[in-house]
Design a protein around this ligand. Structure first.
Ligand code: ADP
Ligand code: MG
Length: 474
C-alpha cells in the first residue's frame, strides 16, 4: 500500500471532506464517528481510512462510507471509493481477523467494542460478526414477537441488569439472531465502553476446544469473564458436549454472580433442550424466557412492506398480500422470496406481476403449499367421514367418530412435524399414548382392509396437493 500523494494534499483533502460531512450529520455524530478516523493512503482510487475499533468500522461502513466516497470524489476525481479498516495493534495481532485492511473491510461487521487500551483480553477477536441491518429500527413488531422484542429492548436500554439471563427462543428464521444483534448494536452505540461479546454456540465450543488444545483455557476463561454482556446464539448446539457444557455453566455462573448481562437464544425452551444438564436448565429458566411464535399474516405483510422500503422498490399491495399469504414458513424465506422477485424484475426490466412472481417462486410456493396444518386435516377427515369437526375434540368413543379421529391423528403424524403430545393436545387434550395407539391402529387396518387403506391414501393425497385458498397455479 503506497501513497503517491504528499501527506499534505491527502490530509487537506480529507479535512475538506470531513468539514462537509460534519455539516451534513451534525456535531455529535461527527465527534463520535468521523473524528476518530485517520486517513492513511490512497491507492487505485481507493482512499483508505483507519478507525480504532471494529465496532466503529462496522458502523462507518454501514452508515457513512458511501457518502464519504461521494464527497471525496468531488474533491479528487481520482478517488472513487473509501475503504475503512481497523488499525489496532491488538486487532492486527490476534486471530488474523483483521490481517489486512482489505480483508477487514470485506468481512462485514465483526464486533465490537474493542479498544486497544483496554486491559483484560481481546473481546473483539472472539466476538462473531454482526449484521448492520439487524437493528431494532428494522425489526417489525407484531403479536408473535412483541414480547421478545420488548425484552430485548429492555436489556439493551437498561443501565443495570433487568433479568438474567434473557433467553430468547423460537423456530428458525423468526428473528432471534436479529434481536441479539440489535441488542449488541444498541449497547455499543450507547456506551462504547461496555464490552459486548456475541457469538454462536458453535463458535463458543470451537474456541473452547482450541483453547484446550493450546492449553490456554485460563486466558479463555478470563476473556469471557471480563465481559459486560455475553450473548450466545443457538445454545441448543451446546447440549450433550460434556466439557463445553461444564465450561459454559461456570462462565455463566461467574458472570451472573458478577451482575453481568447474559443473553441466549435457542430453537427450544430451556426445559425442552435436549442433552442439557438439569442444573443448567434450571439456571436458564431463572431469568426471563421469551418465545417468538410463528408469524401472523399481518406481521408478514408488515415485514414485506418494510423490506420493500429498504430495497427502495415499489411493489403492488396485491403482490405483498399474495406473498404474505403464501410464504408462511418463516421470515427468512419470506425475505428470500421478496429478494428473488425484486432481483428478477430488475434483471428483466419488467414490473412485478402475479404471473412472474408465481414463475419465479414456483418451487418455494409449492413447498409452502405442502405444509398442512392439523386443522386442515381435521376438516378434511371430518368431511370425508361425514362427522362434525367438533367430534375431533370430543370425548365420544363411538366407532363412527373414534375411527375418523384416529385417521386424522395418523395423518397429523405423517404430514406435519408436530410431536405426539402436540397432536394429542389438538385433539381435545388427549394423551400422547392415545396418538401413538391411533397411529398403530391405522397402520394395522391399512394392512388388512383394502378400502380403508384407499380412504387414507386418498385423504393424504388430497391434503398434500391441497392448494391454499385464493391463488392457484394453472
Ligand atoms: P433466527 O435467528 O431466529 O433463525 P434471524 O434473526 O436470522 O432468525 O431472522 C431471519 C431473517 O429474517 C433475518 O434477515 C432477519 O433480519 C429477518 N427478520 C426476522 N424477524 C424479523 C422482523 N420481525 N422484522 C424484520 N425482519 C425480521
Ligand atoms: Mg439465528
Amino acid at each position: 500500500m503506497t501513497n503517491d500523494k504528499t501527506d499534505g494534499t491527502l490530509e487537506a483533502c480529507w479535512g475538506r471532506v470531513c468539514d462537509h460531512l460534519r455539516k451534513e450529520i451534525g456535531e455529535a455524530a461527527y465527534q463520535s464517528w468521523v473524528k476518530p478516523m485517520t486517513v492513511r493512503s490512497i491507492d487505485d482510487g481507493i482512499a483508505r481510512i483507519s478507525v480504532p475499533t471494529r465496532f466503529m468500522r462496522d458502523w462507518v461502513a454501514a452508515h457513512y462510507v458511501d457518502r464519504l466516497g461521494a464527497l471525496w470524489s468531488k474533491e479528487d476525481k481520482f478517488v472513487n471509493s473509501v475503504d475503512v479498516f481497523v488499525q489496532s495493534e491488538r486487532a492486527l495481532r490476534s486471530d488474523g481477523a483483521a490481517a489486512s485492511p482489505k480483508e477487514a473491510v470485506q468481512a462485514p461487521g465483526v464486533v465490537i467494542n474493542e479498544s486497544a487500551e483496554r486491559p483484560g483480553g481481546d473481546h473483539a477477536a472472539i466476538s462473531g460478526p454482526l449484521d448492520s441491518r439487524n437493528v431494532f429500527d428494522n425489526f417489525v413488531v407484531g403479536k408473535s414477537n412483541e414480547f421478545a422484542y420488548a425484552a430485548a429492548r429492555r436489556v439493551a436500554e437498561a443501565a443495570s441488569v433487568p433479568f438474567n439471563p434473557l433467553f430468547l427462543y423460537g423456530g428458525v428464521g423468526l428473528g432471534k439472531t436479529h434481536l441479539m444483534h440489535a441488542i449488541a448494536w444498541h449497547i455499543s452505540q450507547q456506551d462504547p465502553q461496555r464490552r459486548v461479546i456475541y457469538l454462536s454456540a458453535e463458535k463458543f465450543m470451537y474456541r473452547f476446544i482450541r483453547a484446550l488444545k493450546e492449553q490456554s483455557t485460563v486466558d479463555f476463561k478470563e476473556m469471557f469473564r471480563n465481559v459486560d454482556v455475553l450473548m450466545i446464539d443457538d445454545v441448543q448446539f451446546i447440549g450433550g458436549k460434556g466439557a463445553t457444557q461444564e465450561e459454559f455453566f461456570h462462565t455463566f455462573n461467574a458472570l451472573v454472580d458478577q451482575g453481568r448481562q447474559i443473553v441466549l437464544s435457542a430453537d427450544k425452551s430451556p426445559s425442552d433442550l435436549e442433552g442439557m444438564e438439569e442444573r443448567l436448565q434450571s439456571r436458564l429458566n431463572c431469568g426471563l424466557v421469551a418465545d417468538i411464535h410463528a408469524t401472523t399474516f399481518e406481521l408478514r405483510l408488515g415485514i414485506l412492506q418494510s423490506k420493500a422500503e429498504q430495497l427502495k422498490v415499489e411493489i403492488p399491495p396485491k403482490m405483498m398480500e399474495f406473498l404474505a399469504h403464501k410464504i408462511t414458513s418463516n421470515v427468512r424465506e419470506l425475505e428470500g422470496a421478496l429478494n428473488r422477485v425484486v432481483a428478477h424484475s430488475q434483471l428483466v426490466g419488467r414490473a412485478i406481476t402475479l404471473e412472474t412472481t408465481q414463475e419465479v417462486l414456483h418451487d418455494l410456493l409449492r413447498a409452502n403449499d405442502r405444509r398442512v396444518t392439523i386443522e386442515d386435516i381435521q376438516k378434511s377427515v371430518a368431511a370425508h367421514f361425514n362427522i362434525r369437526i367438533s367430534d375431533m375434540h370430543s370425548a365420544r368413543r363411538a366407532r363412527s367418530v373414534a375411527r375418523p379421529r384416529q385417521v386424522a391423528m395418523y395423518l397429523a403424524k405423517q404430514l406435519t412435524s408436530r410431536s405426539l403430545p402436540e397432536i394429542g393436545r389438538k385433539f381435545g387434550g388427549r394423551d400422547h399414548t392415545t396418538v401413538m395407539h391411533a397411529v398403530k391402529k391405522v397402520d394395522e387396518l391399512r394392512e388388512c382392509d383394502q378400502s380403508f387403506a384407499e380412504d387414507v391414501e386418498l385423504l393424504r393425497r388430497m391434503l398434500e396437493g391441497q392448494p391454499a385458498a385464493g391463488f392457484r397455479r394453472t
